[in-house]
Design a binder for this molecule. Structure first.
Ligand SMILES: [Zn+2]
Length: 259
């Protein structure tokens, strides 16, 4: 049966002489892998449309729940060429693609996550100051995957930190290996910890509530961004495991097998 959807190519792997296996984040079927026959033989539009980071309409044969559906046609909607040419933006894109490949289950539709990914890539492609969009993507992704760090209450006793510490307490302590903040009454834990300003906790809470696609209207205080960025990156590194997130490794992982 022929099916159509929209998808963002996340990774392509050479298969046999000239064939490719491509992982896509699709609008209708979630993370999905497909097989493409000989797109590399000639430098074709079909071949270009299957390169990582390309947003296309896709046609494939075979049930999306079959082992490996065959991609029969793919037409580029957005190539994200500016993003590819800018190393810093490309690195950010590679990181969020890597997150998707590692954490998303295959073949589970997730239209909200698709919108998030598309919105973030458009932001990176536009080349504006996209620091907040990039942070927002990671926070929303963790939230949607059930992996978001807990910053609203103590992970030990469940007290609400802001209330308990009486308004604008200076800093709270986030424990990386616990994935949560722990209040002063519950005492010190061992392991890597970070101090985070209460304002940053509030900002995090509002980002979690903010609907996808409307991020460009938010002005973020730089100091909260710094606190939150380093907290989220430490949290992701811990969740991913050691030695897995150097920029070169991440870029290699999505482009392995590409000429
Ligand atoms: Zn506590």
């Amino acid at each position: 049966m022929l099916k159509r959807t929209e998808g963002i190519a996340l990774k392509s792997t050479v298969f046999g002489e000239a064939d490719l296996i491509v992982a896509f984040l699709t609008k209708d079927f979630g993370l999905m892998r497909g097989f493409a026959k000989s797109p590399r033989k000639i430098k074709s539009r079909f071949g270009s449309s299957l390169e990582p980071l390309t947003y296309s309409t896709l046609s494939f044969i075979g049930k999306e729940d079959a082992g490996l559906p065959r991609i029969t046609q793919s037409d580029i909607i957005m190539p994200f060429s500016s993003l590819r040419e800018d190393y810093k933006s490309f690195l950010k894109a590679a990181e969020i693609i890597d997150l998707a490949l590692r954490f998303l289950p295959e073949k589970e539709p997730h239209p909200e996550l698709f919108s998030l990914m598309l919105g973030t890539l458009k932001g990176l492609d536009a080349g504006a100051d996209n620091r907040l969009g990039y942070l927002y993507h990671k926070i929303k992704f963790l939230q949607m995957s059930g992996l978001a760090p807990r910053l609203d209450m103590c992970g030990r006793c469940g007290c609400e930190l802001v209330e308990k510490q009486g308004g604008y307490g200076p800093k709270h302590t986030f424990y990386v290996s616990h994935g949560t903040v722990i209040c002063k009454d519950c005492g010190k834990e061992t392991g890597q910890s970070m101090q985070i300003a209460e304002g940053a906790l509030r900002f995090y809470a509002s980002l979690l509530k903010w609907p996808v696609m409307s991020i460009d209207r938010i002005k973020a205080p730089e100091i909260f961004m710094n606190d939150l960025s380093s907290l989220i990156d430490s949290h992701i590194r811990f969740v991913l495991g050691p030695g897995t997130s150097s920029p070169d490794t991440v870029i290699y992982r999505i482009t392995a097998g590409q000429k």
